[in-house]
Design a protein around this ligand. Structure first.
Ligand SMILES: [Zn+2]
Length: 211
């Protein structure tokens, strides 16, 4: 049986083990609320480097969750939502410099329709040499406002385009805006992702819910 893991990431998860940090834009001061400056990123990376933290791909955490074993306290994972071009241009060079993996969640419509601020498929493929690439919906709608039929169509479209472009199936899915309800959860789950996440930074441990 396949495991479906919902990463309920919350700062209030007291019995925490691994820590997941969520980013959006890098070195892009047009959008301060979703931006991380390169100086801030460097400060964080230096902190992790100098304090015994191990940066791992999300799939390593999922493997531990599936095995129901403790996740080492010093594990850290980086999630990057929305596949903004500023990650490729400004963030990725620093991830490469520190040799830190990441998980990038692709807003498929933005890439497919070549929206200005978003990475191209070529840039996403190049990024996949250094991190894991997963899904962040097709249309980046508020999923709870879609009909179930629309939600299935959105997810199916994103899944198929992703697979065709990347040549592999996405392992993970992150809800746009972190919004979901029971119906959304069940529908997304039916696509067989290894894990589904919201978009908050926080902690995960082996007691996390399996859905
Ligand atoms: Zn998003």
């Amino acid at each position: 049986m396949k495991y479906f893991l919902l990463l309920c990431l919350s700062y209030f998860y007291l019995s925490a083990n691994a820590h997941i940090f969520v980013f959006h834009r890098f070195g892009d001061d047009r959008h301060p609320s979703t931006n991380t400056t390169i100086e801030q990123l460097k400060t964080q990376f230096e902190y992790f480097k100098n304090n015994g933290y191990k940066v791992v791909p999300t799939s390593d955490i999922i493997d531990k969750l599936k095995a129901k074993v403790d996740i080492p306290d010093n594990w850290v994972a980086f999630h990057i939502d929305d596949s903004y071009k500023s990650f490729y241009e400004n963030g990725l060079p620093l991830f490469k410099e520190y040799n830190y993996p990441f998980s990038l969640f692709v807003y498929v419509e933005a890439t497919q329709k070549k929206y200005n601020d978003f990475m191209t498929w070529e840039q996403i493929k190049e990024s996949s040499k250094y991190g894991e690439i997963s899904l962040h919906s097709y249309s980046h709608e508020h999923l709870t406002k879609l009909s179930n039929e629309e939600l299935i169509k959105d997810t199916k479209t994103s899944y198929e385009i992703f697979e065709e472009e990347m040549g592999f199936k996405p392992k993970g899915y992150v809800y746009p805006f972190g919004e979901y309800n029971e119906e959304v959860k069940q529908t997304i789950k039916s696509f067989g992702f290894d894990y589904i996440g919201n978009q908050n930074s926080g902690s995960v441990n082996k007691n996390i819910r399996q859905i």
